[in-house]
Each structure stands twice: as C-alpha cells, then as structure tokens.
Ligand binder design. Structure first.
Ligand SMILES: Nc1ncnc2c1ncn2[C@@H]1O[C@H](COP(=O)(O)OP(=O)(O)OP(=O)(O)O)[C@@H](O)[C@H]1O
Ligand SMILES: O=P(O)(O)OC[C@H]1O[C@H](OP(=O)(O)OP(=O)(O)O)[C@H](O)[C@@H]1O
Length: 334
C-alpha cells in the first residue's frame, strides 16, 4: 500500500524511531490502545482504530517536524526541544543581522510556529551535563572557557558557554547570548561523545548522563548541569484535529497514572479511620465503605508505587488489617 497517499484526514503523531525512548513510547501507545502494524523498514504506520498515522523519526528531529506544524503531535526528550529552540534562536539572530531579515514578511507568514508541551511522560529521565576528565584540573564550567568542547547539543552548548563568557566579561545583557562569537570551540559530534576527551578531540564534553556508568567508564566527571530532561508529549501550535489530540493526551495520562500508582485496600476500625486516611489520602480522597462487622470500615486509595512499602508499614502501626495492594491496569479522569 502507498501509505503516503493515505495520510489525508489523519492526525500525524511522531514517535522516536530508535534509541532510548523507543520501547517506552511503544509501551505507552499499546497501553492507550493505539493499534498499528509497522511494516519492516517503513517509517509510517496507519493506526487501525483511530484516524492517526504514526511517523517514526529520530528523537532529535521531532521538535522540528512538530514546531513547523508538519506533524501534529510527538514524543521526544525535553532536551531535544530545548536544543531545537536554541537553534531557532540562533538562526533568528543570524537572519536579523543579515539583509535577509524583513520584519513585514516575517509577520505575514503567520502560521504559528513552535511546539507546546502537553505533558511529561515519566520516562527517559537524565541530565545534559558538562563533563571533564576526572583526574584533570577543570572543576567548573568556566574552567573550560576557550577550550574544545565535544557535543551533539551544539546550540545548548553554545548558549551555555556564551553565558559563561559574558559573565566573565561582566556583561549582563542576556540578548548578547544568542549568536555570540565564542572564544570556546564547540565541536559537533553525533554519538559516542564520551570518547572525545580520551582521544584528544576535546577538553570537555556536553552529553547526557543517566546512571553515570558511561561517564565513569570514560574517566570523566560531571562539573555542571545544562538541562534536566525526560520524555515529553509535544503538540504543534495549530494541530489538525485538536479534539483527537485531547483524546490521545487523556489516554496517555491514564496509562501513566496507572503505571505510577497501585490501589491499596485495607480494613480498619472506624475509630482509627482519620489516622489511616492520613497515611493513604488517595489521589482526590480515599473511598470508605462500611463493613458488616460493627465498628469496622474498608478503605481503598491510590498510592504511589514507590511509596507503597513504608505506607503498608504505617498502616499496620495504625491498626489496619487485611491490607491488599493491587496493580492498576488503566485509569481515566477528566
Ligand atoms: N541514558 C539515557 N537515559 C535516559 N534517557 C536517555 C538516555 N540517553 C538519551 N536519553 C533520551 O533519549 C533521547 C534520544 O537519545 P538516543 O541516544 O536514544 O538518541 P538516538 O535517536 O538513538 O540518536 P543517536 O543516534 O544520536 O544515539 C535523548 O535526547 C534523551 O532525551
Ligand atoms: O549515564 P548512562 O546510564 O551511562 O547513560 C548515558 C549514555 O546514554 C546515552 O547514549 P546511548 O547509549 O544512547 O548511545 P549514543 O552515545 O550512541 O547516543 C548518552 O549519550 C550517554 O552516552
């Protein structure tokens, strides 16, 4: 089937085609019952049960497609959106300074540009950090001013060092950051950035750190954080079907909540109810029902998965009995 000719009337939804965000994104789509079959090597898949087409793109390109309004929705890292936005600021500055810049024409091409964050998706958490050799003398970002910096995040690295250089010169005007000609040399690398210091290409790097294992193995240490990031859902400023965007967002929110929470049920003497519901206040409020046994009630409340063990300990101390913890398959709320 010629998929490109079947996109008419469908909401375009960009999903990372590989890398760290791929599997968690696919799990989320499955949880939201977005059904599709991706043919081998094809980067477009039609959703069977909704008027959506999934477009599989590199995470780094998704903010561009969504920001230009070519794709309605996308899953990518917050770091990638920040890098894209820093690139747009740099380009705008170059245009303003060249003859190409025509404010009237820019205002006339009025299609809203840029993307908006719909929600945090709760996975892909890591930090974009400035790193230097663990055994070297560089202890802070400013020690790397004037040095060689390897990174895939060239625009964020440029802005970071532009700020430091201006600070060192005592300049406080933030407008001078964009497009500043740097004394620091930013070297663009597309992967395995950590190798750059050991191989003499760079004095320091700006790259992502999650567990810190890659950084440690390369003999590096983090000396500053540029951006804290996690996966986010973004939408274009003028999506083709805002109602469908809302529906997808609501389904994804339901899946994420279900992944984060468990349902805790227990019986407790009515006299201890106030104490017990302080331990499990629920998302909005705990559900309390009377038991056949005089003086006892049953309580059920959602509890964050990561807190469930101490919560159960506290419930036992309060006098709760028959404590059950149940997985939540899916949730929905307005
Ligand atoms: N170690 C990590 N832990 C958690 N999230 C990460 C990690 N590394 C990257 N990410 C997130 O995943 C996004 C995509 O990174 P990833 O390295 O998977 O990209 P990729 O599309 O495979 O590109 P590349 O070919 O450059 O590696 C990053 O922008 C970041 O938001
Ligand atoms: O702190 P850690 O848990 O070790 O993770 C950090 C590494 O993960 C990412 O790279 P990835 O493995 O995705 O490959 P890449 O270098 O090709 O981008 C990132 O660029 C770091 O290299």
């Amino acid at each position: 089937m010629d998929l490109v000719n079947h996109l008419e009337g469908r909401l375009l939804f960009a999903v990372p085609k590989k890398g760290r965000l791929l599997q968690a994104s696919l799990n989320l789509l499955e949880g939201a019952d977005i059904q599709f079959k991706r043919e081998n090597r094809l980067d477009i898949a039609l959703v069977k049960n909704l008027p959506i087409a999934l477009v599989f793109l590199p995470a780094a390109d998704i903010p561009t497609f969504v920001g230009e309004g070519r794709v309605d929705l996308g899953i990518t890292g917050y770091d990638q959106v920040q890098e894209h936005d820093a690139g747009v600021r740099a380009l705008a500055r170059v245009r303003r300074m060249s003859n190409e810049w025509d404010p009237a024409r820019a205002a006339a091409s009025a299609k809203p540009q840029g993307c908006e964050t719909v929600m945090d998706l709760g996975f892909g958490s890591c930090r974009l950090q400035v790193q230097a050799p663990a055994k070297g003398d560089y202890a802070e970002g400013k020690d790397l001013i004037g040095k060689n910096i390897g990174t895939s995040f060239v625009h964020l690295a440029h802005e970071y060092f532009a700020r430091l250089e201006l600070e060192q010169e005592g300049v406080t005007d933030p407008a001078r950051v964009e497009g500043r000609k740097l004394r620091t040399k930013i070297i663009e690398l597309s992967g395995s950035v950590e190798a750059a210091c050991a191989l003499g290409v760079a004095d320091g790097i700006v790259d992502l750190v999650e567990s810190g294992e890659t950084m440690k193995a390369a003999g590096l240490k983090a000396i500053d954080t540029v951006v804290e990031t996690s996966a986010i859902l973004i939408k274009s400023k003028a999506p083709s079907n805002p109602g469908l965007v809302e529906l997808i967002a609501s389904r994804l929110r339901g899946v994420i909540t279900a992944q984060r929470y468990v349902l805790c049920q227990y019986n407790v003497p009515r006299a201890k109810l106030a104490e017990a519901t302080k331990v499990t206040p629920g998302k909005r409020a705990a559900t309390v029902t009377s038991l056949d046994e005089e003086g006892w009630v049953a309580v059920s409340a959602m509890v964050e998965k990561k807190r469930i063990a101490p919560v159960m300990d506290e419930l036992v101390n309060v006098g709760a009995e028959d404590i059950l913890v149940l997985d939540i398959h899916n949730t929905r709320s307005s």
